[in-house]
Design a protein around this ligand. Sequence first.
Ligand SMILES: Cc1cc2nc3c(=O)[nH]c(=O)nc-3n(C[C@H](O)[C@H](O)[C@H](O)COP(=O)(O)OP(=O)(O)OC[C@H]3O[C@@H](n4cnc5c(N)ncnc54)[C@H](O)[C@@H]3O)c2cc1C
Length: 416
Amino acid sequence: MPGGISAEEDGLAAQRIVVLGAGFAGLWSAIGAARALDELGVGADRVEIVVIDRTAWHSIRVRNYEADLDGTRVALDSVLGPIGVRRLEGEVSAIDVRQRIVTYQSGGASRDIAYDRLVFALGSRLAHPPIPGLSDHAFDVDTHAGAVRLNAHIAGLSKQSASPGQSTVLVVGGGLTGIEAAAEMPGKLRAAGIASPRVILADHAPRIGADMGAGAQPVIDQALGALGVDMRGGVSVASVDAEGATLATGERIAAATVVWCAGMQAHPLTAQFPVERDRLGRLPVEPSLKIKGLAAEFAAGDCAWLLVDDIHCSVMSCQHGRPMGRFAGHNVVCDLLGRPLLPLRIDWYTTILDLGPWGAVYTEGWERKLVSQGAAAKRTKEIINRERIYPPRSGDRRAILDAAAPTVQAPPIRFG
Ligand SMILES: Cc1cc2nc3c(=O)[nH]c(=O)nc-3n(C[C@H](O)[C@H](O)[C@H](O)COP(=O)(O)OP(=O)(O)OC[C@H]3O[C@@H](n4cnc5c(N)ncnc54)[C@H](O)[C@@H]3O)c2cc1C
């Protein structure tokens, strides 16, 4: 066994729940587990909860496209400390399901930690197809570090020596993330001293925003048009370099900034579980969030999929990741202590897409019926992004635990 289990890692508790990842699913799993233990009157001497993440932060990843990234991270210790959850910082590198051991890299050493129950919540990452130059030259808004790097690059553009693509940003990927990133871009460029910004939003698909449904599509067209974003469907990028991108047709787009927003894949460590994954690399889970066919392992968030309402599959989203986390946390405790598990069922689905200074668009249902737009939808988006999806930041133990009750919230408030 690489590294061995140190006395410090072995701890003193009789049993241990290990949560991998402290994003929307992982953090809420850990709080949900702490809440369940508290409710059952089980102390940390009997069951300890340990969270492992590569950073010390809970990233509000959905805000990574914004111009101001202040406040988009919450210190994990400020949430986990008051509820008695132990945090380990390190890069998870392996899971041995047979021996129930997780290996992670920390402080230059490989360490192991044993678990009685596991919640796997390492999320997803932007897919990087083997396009020459993509990994070296493209920016992204996938992680906080990537978003900081992009914003710093844009802020420095006007100080660079003049080049044909200096004022041009090419955003590739016309899904929700690409649209949100593109809608913010003209404002970011102007704030950086680029007087005549050019923003191109390109996708393979013939029409940008078609996935958002027939009701929202014209709203997206109108908003991006008003913001001066040039929408280009039917585009395939063949290579990327420091001065722009070359398309499969041979066309050259000069752009000092290429932002890759095309496609998500579940965390590659999902491959370590002996189960069949879906085309996005996700693990199949029961309504209890236990991985199908396994005895002690749960999964939640972007790395797991379940039928949320008997028909529809969960979507890689914090909308699903947070309730998946709350239920996984509750159930992992109940499973360990031989109590009944609660099935997660979500009967509603909404999409609220930020359209920059123009506003936003809010759709309801899987068929994506348009319910509000412009400033009214933007109010909803701001409440979601700045309040609803945050853990309590008061440091109040009771408030933190209460926020993780295994229930499904009502849909976001609608204005207008
Ligand atoms: C720009 C953008 C906008 C978005 N907008 C929306 C939106 O409007 N609505 C919506 O519902 N969803 C949105 N999403 C999707 C949403 O952010 C994800 O679905 C959500 O973050 C998934 O939560 P998660 O906990 O599964 O994964 P994450 O939030 O990615 O958390 C994974 C955690 O695991 C940690 N980790 C990963 N690998 C390792 C490792 N090997 N070792 C240790 N730690 C590791 C990471 O540090 C992270 O803390 C958006 C995403 C982006 C990028």
